[in-house]
Design a protein around this ligand. Sequence first.
Ligand code: M6R
Length: 362
Amino acid sequence: EKGGYDHYMLKEIHEQPTALRQAIAGRINGIEEGVDLSDLSLSEEFLASIDEIQFVACGTSYHACLYAKQLIEEFADVRATVEFASEYSIGSGRDPERTLVVGVSQSGETADTLRALRMAHRVGIRTLGVTNTVGSTMARECDDALYIRAGPEIGVAATKTFASQIIVLAMFALTVAETRGELDVTAGRELRRNLQGLPGAVQGVLNQNEDIKAVAEAYADGEAFFFIGRRLGGPVSLEGALKLKEISYDHAEGFPAGELKHGPLALVTEETPVLAILTDGTRPEETQNNVKEVQARGAPVIAIAADGYRGGHDVEFEVPDLGLLEPLVANVYLQLFAYHVANSKGRAIDKPRNLAKSVTVE
Ligand code: M6R
């Protein structure tokens, strides 16, 4: 059932190219054509009239929302906010008629996320559920549902669904932008091209599994691990750290690279590997300064870097040219890194201690 892999997590990491193709199928039909999200019944009038999109989610799905928020603001020029579902409140000064709440959940059963969506619904806000699970509570209760079509995810650590959530939300961003007359033709074409190129780029990372394993094993004894990146690299840093701590039980932290010198730098030593995202959409030139700061403290640096940003790091992994989806390609390196660190320690990767695949209590 694990298809020859030792763990569901590893199998699901490898299923990403297929999952991504399924998410795109019929929705992007060519670089020149608009995105077809006809499974969504939100009217054009409504999408054109909203002045805020509020995302609510937990864990990995929350990180996907942080990425999507930036894409929505970039492409559709509409305010987007992201809240932990467990912390959600509608906020003052919001017009329910001009607000859309988007819940994002792999399982569609996360209690905190369902609660936030119900709160919004109660005050008359329209809700959209983005989920992997057809017939889930989220899909049934929301006004609209958008499926990510990633196929079943069994490992407690969310992997393929993170990428699928982000690309479905990227297509949603294109739809909102187009409806509102905000879509820049060239930028839209480029994002569609990159969406189509993503499965191949992810496959390119998967093909390096053995190299990533060797690096993970070489650094597995680190005292703590830090993940840094800016802009779209921020959510990916958070996600990289979450994955590592969840399955390896090592201390890991991710944060926007600029925050490093405001505190966490005190923890950086020769024993704390730093994984840095240096790609398009992450202000790599600025992050390079932070990389120098940690190198000055002796920390080994593993750079996940696009052309032009490699050179001078202890380890370098390549990210191909894929515009604003490059951080998503970088994330696949981080997934495999976490997997191999945890596996080298003999952890219960598919069922980490204290955790459940779907969290149905608040
Ligand atoms: O099913 P959901 O997407 O709502 O689940 C949310 C979180 O519980 C989930 O992403 C959790 O953080 C994962 N175990 C992370 O790998």
